[in-house]
Design a protein around this ligand. Sequence first.
Ligand code: ATP
Ligand code: MG
Length: 350
Amino acid sequence: MSTYKIAAVYGDGIGHEIVPAGLEILQAVARKHQFTLEVEVFEWGAHRYLSAGSFMPEDGLEVLRRFDAVYFGAVGLPEVDDRLPFQLYTYKVRKAFNQYVNYRPVKLLPGVDGPLKFKQAEDIDFVIIRENIEGEFVQNGKIFDADRPHGFATETNLFTRHGIEQVAHYSFQLARKRRKKLTNVTKSNTLIYTLYFWDQVIAEIADQYPDVEYQKLYVDAASASFVLQPERFDVILTTNMIGDILSDLGGATMGSLGLGPSGNINPERNFPSMFEPIHGSAPDIAGQGIANPIGQIWSGALMLEQLGETAAAADIVHAIEQTVGDKILTRDLGGRTTTAEATSILLDHL
Ligand code: ATP
Ligand code: MG
């Protein structure tokens, strides 16, 4: 019987409600499929910043490193400035554990009326692969000279050949397992150095996958296509910032940000990968027991898939589809179901 060690980091806000819900589902499916999840909970987040001065302890990364995977809520509190160092910690985990792939499926579930009323469930089914450790978010080349009338600020984005190649190979291999279409979403018509380089390296890798249909699309046009023609997408490969923005748009086309899962993946498996919903800590609804737990629960399915428990992962996705298919919907989807009720109905389906 396999045993996996899971670090559960609650984070802030609704993380305290939906991570426990996700763990309940994970333990149920582990019993059914006869593997063991040894879970350790970490009360880290912006709330810890307020009391202890940092999001996680000094040795946080070494602690997490001993686990097979990290199951993460979301961080952020309105009273903690976004630019404070704790924000860097999510980036630090991604970087330290070489989680260069951010995997974000976008899928319209049965029973959910997304905002695209003229689209069927099968029209919206693609994966966004966001480059996760380079690009626009490296916080390099900073000049911050804001306190003068003619002040200015700069920061530099950074792409390396190795960084582009590794995420491109992952994405083309994923496309091979799906409908064999890959769209590179870029903005090389205006970022004419970094994203020109990005395009060039991806086109070279594309030549090594002649069986995958390759296409390049500028992000402005891609945004329109998300709404008008989502059926044209299978695997989207894009940069850190473009991927960040497009995944909220993708989450919205699914009907709610509360549905979207994600994985920060280290494909080589020499470090733990980290799984979290695409949404934030939703302080506006925290503590009310009404948060949609599905993005968090689905992130657990992605975690099991990465750990090799594919049948258990598929079971969770199936239970999610049955639950929302029966119109068991939380408030963000126009229903009245609470977090606890949605979780217990999902458990029944398992
Ligand atoms: P971040 O900066 O961490 O991405 P954010 O500022 O983008 O956070 P979110 O926390 O994602 O904001 O919340 C955006 C909106 O979506 C809020 O109104 C929130 O209540 C809603 N929301 C997010 N997640 C959920 C969920 N799981 N269930 C219900 N509503 C949600
Ligand atoms: Mg956000």
